[in-house]
Design a protein around this ligand. Sequence first.
Ligand code: HSE
Length: 306
Amino acid sequence: MVSLVGRKVSVKVPATSANLGPGFDTLGMALSFYDELEVEAVAGVGAFVEVHGEGEGEVPTDASNLVVQSIAYTFKKFGQELPGLRLTAHNIIPHGRGMGSSGAAVVSGIVAAKGLLEGIVEMTDKDLLDIATELEGHPDNVAPALFGGLTIAWEDESGPHHKKLFVHRGVSPLELVPNHKMSTALARSLQPESVPHNDAVFNVSRSALLIAALTQSPELMLAATEDRLHQDYRAAAMPETDSLVQLMREHGHAAVVSGAGPSVLVLASDPAERLEAAKLAAKHYPEWKALMLAVDFKGATVVLHQ
Ligand code: HSE
């Protein structure tokens, strides 16, 4: 077997916002806000992890680290022997805020493994999505982190699939981020087993419309981001998020819960509207951070330095 010792990769993975209102467990978007990671294959066994920024002093720095586990899982999947690993993570995606930080950790491990195994193992986009979904559980989170843009994710008997779409250049995302966290498991526990037929039809119409709004007709965004499948059920667990979404929407801004919350994503139709939305948020929720971001079109990238 070829020795990987000395191989070093640099990885960059975007934050994501899943659901986008009506597209529960289906739609997601990559945002220009990145975690970066360097991984070096070293002699011996085990992993040494250094974390800077978000998660520093909180996430494990040994083999139980989620990025290390994702690298190890990918190596195992392709029958490759895992070398010793030295990782340095520079994280800015906040944890537990609905911006895809755990998806980004999983994806960064998988693409790091892809880079370390360049020329030895060929991995297709489908392989990457399969592995990421096995590890993270939600293809709507990991598809945009892997591939960028707006993604539609679905699953069938052959596993997860995705379609990447390019977003209209007017669409101007504003991510509003509080200091507190929300647990995805708690948010999911609030979902009912079944929903009224009318609500299902409502969401089918809005998510179909949302694809049109995001790719061709941003002026339809407010109607296109209405939802009856998840946000109301989860509102009691994040009252501030719920009132911020309502405040924004009353003023005509297409606000939705970002992922499982508690952040709020505003999908403004143009930069001027986004500025107005940011001012409104700053006036009523001054302690929330406002991030004016672009849609990321590249997704995760990896560079191998031999
Ligand atoms: N679609 C998922 C949810 C995204 O809202 O529960 C968070 O992982």
